[in-house]
Design a protein around this ligand. Structure first.
Ligand SMILES: [Zn+2]
Length: 283
């Protein structure tokens, strides 16, 4: 009887430990799995996508257009940059006639006159404005967050690059990013750009406030005819879900301004990315 009771007690104890161990294994496993999903979800599910390259730069891995940190290595520089390599809706692209689809969108600029603030963030010259500017696309409102420049252009049209491309980065209230690209031909000086260039910060991290009111509308072509497609940020973390509008009519920039930009920033165009079956809307 005593013997039996002892065996029973031993069995109860070992059963208790088995249950305890099983729960611990499940708990540790769940914690590990949850941590993994949070890490994996972070770059994609973050609703407040960084549109300000300068703000996000502080906490992120360094990257470049040349050397070992060049665009073909961006995806390997940090876990956060994985989309640069693994994404399949990346920007920029070459826009060709063969992938066009007729599509009509209502694009209306509500840009005004504002004081401007320039920063050299080491990758580009980024400009912010003081008073509200926005664009309406099919009656959805997108606020202008910042604009910046690339030389040569990042997008190509029928295989052709332009000397420069301006990116006007907008965001709606829900955080959706809309970037409007304006190609710049190096054939004539453009007064607003000329003024921006006069105050160009030539040191990395340098900021300049221009003590003048400038009309942002003057930087835009009169026609809003454009190409539209779904892509990504063209700099790390290469986040997808960016709505791209590439205006068909180019604007102008003085060759001297292109040269000066390249002297300060260097060439800053990410190479063309594969289209992978995406459609380009033609409006
Ligand atoms: Zn850009």
């Amino acid at each position: 009887m005593e013997q039996h009771s002892e065996t029973f007690e031993k069995e109860r104890t070992s059963h208790f430990f088995m249950v305890l161990i099983s729960f611990s294994v499940i708990f540790v496993g769940l914690t590990f799995f949850l941590n993994l999903s949070i890490l994996a979800a972070e770059p994609h599910d973050n609703p407040t996508m960084h549109t300000n390259e300068e703000v996000s730069q502080g906490q992120r891995a360094h990257w470049d257009y040349l050397g070992v940190e060049n665009p073909s290595h961006w995806g390997m520089l940090s876990k956060e940059y994985l989309t640069c390599e693994a994404g399949n809706r990346q920007s920029p692209i070459n826009i060709t006639m063969t992938h066009h689809e007729e599509h009509h969108q209502r694009l209306v600029f509500h840009y005004n006159t504002s004081q401007l603030h320039e920063i050299n963030n080491g990758h580009t010259i980024q400009v912010s404005h003081v008073t509200g500017c926005r664009v309406d696309l099919n009656d959805r409102e997108y606020k202008l967050r910042q604009f910046h420049f690339h030389s040569p252009s990042e997008h190509h049209i029928e295989g052709q690059a332009f000397p420069m491309e301006m990116h006007l980065v907008h965001q709606d209230e829900a955080g959706h990013v809309l970037v409007i690209a304006v190609m710049l031909k190096a054939d004539a000086a453009q007064p607003v750009l000329r003024t921006l260039w006069k105050w160009l910060p030539d040191q990395v991290g340098q900021e300049v406030s221009i003590p003048l009111e400038l009309s942002l509308t003057e930087m835009l072509p009169t026609s809003t005819h454009h190409y539209a497609y779904s892509g990504s940020l063209t700099t790390p973390p290469c986040t997808e879900g960016v709505q791209w509008i590439v205006l068909k009519d180019p604007m102008h920039v003085a060759q001297q301004d292109v040269d000066e930009f390249v002297n300060i920033i260097g060439h800053n165009a990410r190479p063309i990315q594969p289209l992978r079956g995406r459609h380009i809307d033609d409006d």
